[in-house]
Structure formats: structure tokens, C-alpha cells
Design a protein around this ligand. Sequence first.
Ligand SMILES: [Mg+2]
Length: 268
Amino acid sequence: MIESIKSKKLFLFDLDGTIYNEDTLFNGTKELLNKIIEIGGKYIFITNNSSKSIYEYINKIKGMGIKADYDNFYTSTQATIEYLNTNYLNKLIYAMGTKEFIKELQHNGINVTTTYSKNAEVVLIGFDTEFNYEKARDVCKLLYEHKNIPYIATNPDLACPVKNGFIPDCGAIAKMLECATGRKPIFIGKPEPTMINYCMNNFKCSKEETVVIGDRLYTDIASGINAGVCTICVLTGEATVEEIEKSETKPNFVLNGVKDIYDILNAI
Ligand SMILES: [Mg+2]
């Protein structure tokens, strides 16, 4: 295990439950990130949440005393932008999402309409915490009128944890729209390998040099397995030893927390 983890160059971290819990940074996070830089590696925080912009994440992380810039983050929005540029360059995209989400698409050159247009060539939905029925009507109308229009969703999560429980995430919005239209979107975020593949490609790292570190088996660990890279499950979030034993989604390594990874990188 030590040799395997020490050979990594690209460290792809989940955020909540992996490096922090809400506003509390886990022990060893700063030391580990500094160590990764010291050994010539790169760390990237990958998140499925498409309701927030990268700048909101940078502010949060910097507030915790972590060195992080634009290219230390990769959200399902970034992956969606790459996906659209690869597959639907210059097409008119009908997009449903938060104002921050729409802004980020536009800043990256995506040709977006946020109201119904009969000329729309792709339908895209995000984790829209500013959702309303007018938007639902627009999506349904487009999916109904154009039976074969490509339909994409940023992330398949059904529920997003908040202070007093959960709120419906992008996957739940997609389910609701499916009830009305019968259409299922193509999902971009974890557990799909898309984000991991784009990160490896962007930072010119091989599968052997890459590791995914997260606290959820069915998203973080599954995305790493689907991309064919090494995975480490930490026990500071959702997954428990019992769950891992029962699950068919098996990480390569199970560690108590990121502090253990730091200790491994430090071992002679
Ligand atoms: Mg997590």
C-alpha cells in the first residue's frame, strides 16, 4: 500500500466528509496538501455540486487556511463545459440552473439560453437551488417537442445534505422531469468516470499516477473504479467499515482519514 500511494502524482479529493465536515477542517489536511506539493504532485478538489461556482469554493477553502486556486478545483460544471465543447461545440444550449451556474457556462464560451427557444439544440440541467415551475415547463416543452434532443444533467445525486436534513439535488430534479417526459439525461458527475478522465487528461497524468480519495462508495469510489484508477475510502464521512464490507464497490484502500495518507507519504 505504501509504495502504491507514494507513486501517485494526481490526488483527486472529494470535499465534504473527506477534507472537512461543514466548516471544520480535518486533522492532517493542510499537512497532506503541503506534502503533495513537496513531492511534486498536484491536488484537485472534485465536487458534484453544480449550484456553486468555483469562486465560492475557493473562498471557503481559503478561509480554512488552504492554498487553493482556480485550477485546484474541478466541479461537475467544469466537466459539463468540457463535455459540451467536445460534443456540441457552438450549439445553442438551453440551460436550467442557478445564476452562478449560468454565469460560469457563459464565461466559458457556452452559447446559452435560459428561456425556451425552439432553436435550442441541447437541454442541460444542473443542481438548481433557484428552480421554479416556469423552468420545468421550458424543459418539458423542449423534451416533448424535440424527441431526440440531447439531454444532459450535471450530477446524479438525489439529495444534498444541508443543516436540517436534505434538499432535492440534480438527480431528484431529473427524476421529476422524467415523470413528466419519460426522458432520462446523460449524467456527467460522479459516479461516472467523466470528471476523473478529464482531470487526468488536463494534467497529463496516467491512470497509474492518479488516486481518488473520498468518503462515499457509490459516488467517489465508484467514479475512481469506473475510471480505472486507485481509490482510497476515508472513514471521516459517510462510509463505514461495515458498509464497505457489504458493498460490491470496493476501494483499493480504507483509511481512517487524510492524516493517514500524510503519514504514508512521510514514511521512508
Ligand atoms: Mg463527501
